[in-house]
Design a protein around this ligand. Sequence first.
Ligand SMILES: Nc1c(C(=O)O)ncn1[C@@H]1O[C@H](COP(=O)(O)O)[C@@H](O)[C@H]1O
Length: 168
Amino acid sequence: MSGDHPAPLVGIVMGSRSDWETMLHAAEKLQALGIPHEARVVSAHRTPDVLFDYAETAASRGLRVIIAGAGGAAHLPGMLAAKTAVPILGVPVQSKALSGLDSLLSIVQMPAGIPVATFAIGHAGAANAALFAAAMLATTDAAIAEKLVAFRKKQTDDVMATADPRTA
Ligand SMILES: Nc1c(C(=O)O)ncn1[C@@H]1O[C@H](COP(=O)(O)O)[C@@H](O)[C@H]1O
Protein backbone atom coordinates (compact mmCIF):
# COMPACT_ATOMS: atom_id res chain seq x y z
CA MET A 1 0.00 0.00 0.00
CA SER A 2 1.20 3.57 -0.63
CA GLY A 3 0.02 7.16 -0.99
CA ASP A 4 -2.93 7.84 1.29
CA HIS A 5 -2.90 4.31 2.62
CA PRO A 6 -1.48 3.69 6.08
CA ALA A 7 1.91 1.97 6.21
CA PRO A 8 1.48 -1.80 6.06
CA LEU A 9 1.85 -3.73 9.32
CA VAL A 10 1.67 -7.12 7.61
CA GLY A 11 3.54 -8.23 4.52
CA ILE A 12 2.05 -11.04 2.44
CA VAL A 13 4.65 -12.56 0.14
CA MET A 14 4.47 -15.54 -2.18
CA GLY A 15 6.86 -17.44 -4.41
CA SER A 16 4.80 -16.99 -7.57
CA ARG A 17 1.74 -15.18 -8.88
CA SER A 18 0.19 -18.64 -9.12
CA ASP A 19 0.10 -18.70 -5.29
CA TRP A 20 -2.24 -15.70 -5.15
CA GLU A 21 -5.33 -17.91 -5.42
CA THR A 22 -4.26 -19.30 -2.01
CA MET A 23 -2.74 -16.19 -0.45
CA LEU A 24 -5.71 -13.95 -1.27
CA HIS A 25 -7.46 -15.71 1.60
CA ALA A 26 -4.92 -14.11 3.94
CA ALA A 27 -5.41 -10.71 2.30
CA GLU A 28 -9.19 -10.98 2.57
CA LYS A 29 -9.02 -11.64 6.31
CA LEU A 30 -6.66 -8.73 6.93
CA GLN A 31 -8.88 -6.50 4.80
CA ALA A 32 -11.95 -7.54 6.79
CA LEU A 33 -10.15 -6.70 10.04
CA GLY A 34 -8.94 -3.34 8.71
CA ILE A 35 -5.26 -4.25 9.09
CA PRO A 36 -2.95 -2.39 6.67
CA HIS A 37 -1.05 -4.88 4.55
CA GLU A 38 0.81 -5.33 1.28
CA ALA A 39 1.12 -8.26 -1.11
CA ARG A 40 4.19 -9.08 -3.24
CA VAL A 41 5.68 -11.88 -5.29
CA VAL A 42 9.15 -12.61 -3.91
CA SER A 43 11.03 -15.84 -4.62
CA ALA A 44 14.08 -17.29 -2.91
CA HIS A 45 14.82 -19.14 -6.11
CA ARG A 46 13.84 -16.75 -8.88
CA THR A 47 14.46 -13.34 -7.26
CA PRO A 48 16.96 -13.97 -4.43
CA ASP A 49 18.24 -10.38 -4.32
CA VAL A 50 14.68 -9.06 -3.98
CA LEU A 51 14.10 -11.53 -1.16
CA PHE A 52 17.18 -10.32 0.72
CA ASP A 53 16.18 -6.69 0.26
CA TYR A 54 12.58 -7.38 1.36
CA ALA A 55 13.74 -9.16 4.51
CA GLU A 56 16.45 -6.64 5.37
CA THR A 57 14.12 -3.63 5.09
CA ALA A 58 10.98 -5.24 6.59
CA ALA A 59 11.45 -4.05 10.17
CA SER A 60 12.49 -0.49 9.24
CA ARG A 61 9.46 -0.21 6.92
CA GLY A 62 7.24 -0.98 9.90
CA LEU A 63 6.24 -4.56 9.07
CA ARG A 64 5.40 -6.36 12.31
CA VAL A 65 4.79 -9.79 10.79
CA ILE A 66 5.26 -11.44 7.39
CA ILE A 67 3.00 -14.13 5.97
CA ALA A 68 4.98 -16.14 3.40
CA GLY A 69 3.33 -18.68 1.10
CA ALA A 70 5.16 -21.00 -1.25
CA GLY A 71 4.70 -24.35 -2.92
CA GLY A 72 6.91 -27.34 -3.72
CA ALA A 73 10.51 -26.64 -2.65
CA ALA A 74 9.10 -23.91 -0.40
CA HIS A 75 12.26 -22.19 0.81
CA LEU A 76 10.82 -18.66 0.87
CA PRO A 77 9.55 -18.59 4.48
CA GLY A 78 12.75 -20.07 5.89
CA MET A 79 15.03 -17.79 3.90
CA LEU A 80 13.04 -14.74 5.03
CA ALA A 81 13.35 -15.94 8.62
CA ALA A 82 17.10 -16.30 8.09
CA LYS A 83 17.39 -12.63 7.08
CA THR A 84 15.00 -10.84 9.46
CA ALA A 85 13.80 -11.08 13.05
CA VAL A 86 10.29 -10.03 11.99
CA PRO A 87 8.11 -13.09 12.75
CA ILE A 88 7.44 -15.28 9.69
CA LEU A 89 4.20 -17.18 9.32
CA GLY A 90 4.63 -19.89 6.67
CA VAL A 91 1.79 -21.08 4.45
CA PRO A 92 2.36 -24.27 2.43
CA VAL A 93 0.71 -23.83 -0.98
CA GLN A 94 -0.90 -26.96 -2.39
CA SER A 95 1.41 -28.27 -5.10
CA LYS A 96 0.16 -30.22 -8.13
CA ALA A 97 2.69 -33.05 -7.90
CA LEU A 98 2.52 -33.82 -4.17
CA SER A 99 -0.63 -32.02 -2.97
CA GLY A 100 1.36 -29.66 -0.74
CA LEU A 101 3.03 -32.25 1.45
CA ASP A 102 6.34 -31.16 -0.11
CA SER A 103 5.52 -27.52 0.68
CA LEU A 104 4.53 -28.37 4.27
CA LEU A 105 7.67 -30.35 5.01
CA SER A 106 9.90 -27.74 3.35
CA ILE A 107 8.47 -25.05 5.63
CA VAL A 108 7.94 -26.84 8.91
CA GLN A 109 11.29 -28.58 9.35
CA MET A 110 13.40 -25.55 10.21
CA PRO A 111 16.68 -25.97 12.06
CA ALA A 112 16.70 -24.77 15.68
CA GLY A 113 17.52 -21.07 15.83
CA ILE A 114 15.54 -19.89 12.78
CA PRO A 115 11.81 -20.31 13.54
CA VAL A 116 8.95 -20.24 11.06
CA ALA A 117 5.42 -20.68 12.41
CA THR A 118 3.85 -23.13 9.98
CA PHE A 119 0.16 -23.27 9.07
CA ALA A 120 -2.07 -25.77 7.29
CA ILE A 121 -1.76 -26.45 3.56
CA GLY A 122 -3.80 -24.18 1.30
CA HIS A 123 -6.65 -21.73 1.80
CA ALA A 124 -7.32 -22.53 5.47
CA GLY A 125 -3.65 -22.06 6.29
CA ALA A 126 -3.58 -18.69 4.54
CA ALA A 127 -6.72 -17.51 6.35
CA ASN A 128 -5.45 -18.73 9.71
CA ALA A 129 -2.05 -17.12 9.20
CA ALA A 130 -3.83 -13.79 8.76
CA LEU A 131 -5.94 -14.36 11.88
CA PHE A 132 -2.81 -15.31 13.80
CA ALA A 133 -1.06 -12.15 12.57
CA ALA A 134 -4.09 -10.19 13.79
CA ALA A 135 -3.90 -11.92 17.18
CA MET A 136 -0.21 -10.97 17.45
CA LEU A 137 -0.95 -7.34 16.62
CA ALA A 138 -3.93 -7.37 18.99
CA THR A 139 -1.63 -7.88 21.97
CA THR A 140 -0.53 -4.24 21.60
CA ASP A 141 -3.40 -2.69 19.57
CA ALA A 142 -6.80 -2.41 21.25
CA ALA A 143 -8.65 -1.52 18.03
CA ILE A 144 -7.43 -4.69 16.29
CA ALA A 145 -8.23 -6.72 19.42
CA GLU A 146 -11.80 -5.39 19.33
CA LYS A 147 -12.19 -6.27 15.65
CA LEU A 148 -10.85 -9.76 16.24
CA VAL A 149 -13.31 -10.36 19.09
CA ALA A 150 -16.15 -9.11 16.85
CA PHE A 151 -15.01 -11.42 14.02
CA ARG A 152 -14.99 -14.44 16.36
CA LYS A 153 -18.42 -13.55 17.74
CA LYS A 154 -19.91 -13.23 14.24
CA GLN A 155 -18.36 -16.55 13.25
CA THR A 156 -19.96 -18.23 16.27
CA ASP A 157 -23.31 -16.53 15.58
CA ASP A 158 -23.22 -17.64 11.92
CA VAL A 159 -22.57 -21.27 12.91
CA MET A 160 -25.29 -21.23 15.55
CA ALA A 161 -27.79 -19.65 13.13
CA THR A 162 -27.43 -22.71 10.88
CA ALA A 163 -26.76 -25.31 13.56
CA ASP A 164 -29.72 -27.49 12.53
CA PRO A 165 -28.38 -29.30 9.41
CA ARG A 166 -31.93 -30.21 8.33
CA THR A 167 -32.71 -26.57 7.51
CA ALA A 168 -31.70 -25.16 4.12
N1 LIG B 1 8.63 -22.36 -3.52
C1 LIG B 1 8.84 -21.37 -4.37
C2 LIG B 1 9.74 -20.31 -4.25
C3 LIG B 1 10.59 -20.07 -3.06
O1 LIG B 1 10.51 -20.85 -2.08
O2 LIG B 1 11.29 -19.07 -3.04
N2 LIG B 1 9.66 -19.55 -5.34
C4 LIG B 1 8.71 -20.07 -6.13
N3 LIG B 1 8.23 -21.18 -5.56
C5 LIG B 1 7.06 -21.98 -5.92
O3 LIG B 1 7.02 -22.55 -7.17
C6 LIG B 1 5.66 -22.93 -7.38
C7 LIG B 1 5.37 -22.98 -8.84
O4 LIG B 1 5.52 -21.69 -9.38
P1 LIG B 1 5.00 -21.35 -10.86
O5 LIG B 1 3.49 -21.55 -10.83
O6 LIG B 1 5.37 -19.90 -11.07
O7 LIG B 1 5.69 -22.28 -11.78
C8 LIG B 1 4.81 -21.91 -6.62
O8 LIG B 1 3.93 -22.56 -5.71
C9 LIG B 1 5.85 -21.09 -5.90
O9 LIG B 1 5.51 -20.77 -4.55
